[in-house]
Ligand binder design. Sequence first.
Ligand code: ZN
Length: 227
Amino acid sequence: MVSLLSVPANSYDTFDDHTLLGGVSSRQYYLTASAVANIETATLAGVGNWNASAAPVNWTIASEANGEVVFNWVQSNATDACALTYWWYDGVFHSYPEQNWNWSKVNIRSLIKNPDYCGPTGHRQGIVAHELGHAMGLAHVFSRPAMIMYVWVADTSVNDPGDDDIEGIKHLYQVRPPKLEQLIPGSPHEQADPHPPQHSRRRGRSLRNLSLVVLQRQQHREHLPGQ
Ligand SMILES: [Zn+2]
């Protein structure tokens, strides 16, 4: 008898493996005042679903207008999306990340409170988790409705990242078991780490600048694709 070992292919997708600069562990997110007023509970829950997953991510809320993901509330009943993610690099927001990015903005639309399009109240956190997946570098999957990155996640009851979503994050941020020499104190690798921790965190970004960019984007809203 012939025994075949089959390894199932992971079904996540990425933006050509581009990533959030600085990784996804020990990062911060922020809610604008309008997000706090309109969608705070679901946003905290959606981020918490990633933190509670087996993905190597850790998001804590920032106390000031700073962070690698900013959740914003937008009055819009356009029915093409319950929320949209944008990626910031080269000094502007992009609606598709063609290179690594510094941080992301998630516009949660008021449409999210319309159950005909975005599901019941308890599913809003799933939409937030989906957008955070985008902000970390995961793209849509089209045939796996059990995944948080399923393109029509609003039509499902999925609120938590699935195994393949988690594998996607591990792939992007190259989580591997430590090498033996890295476990031995005083080994040469400890002094010659070619990838030292990043010490320069951005602190200069202000909410005023964010609002300016939001206004700039609104002037070009007709070019925004649905997500
Ligand atoms: Zn999406």
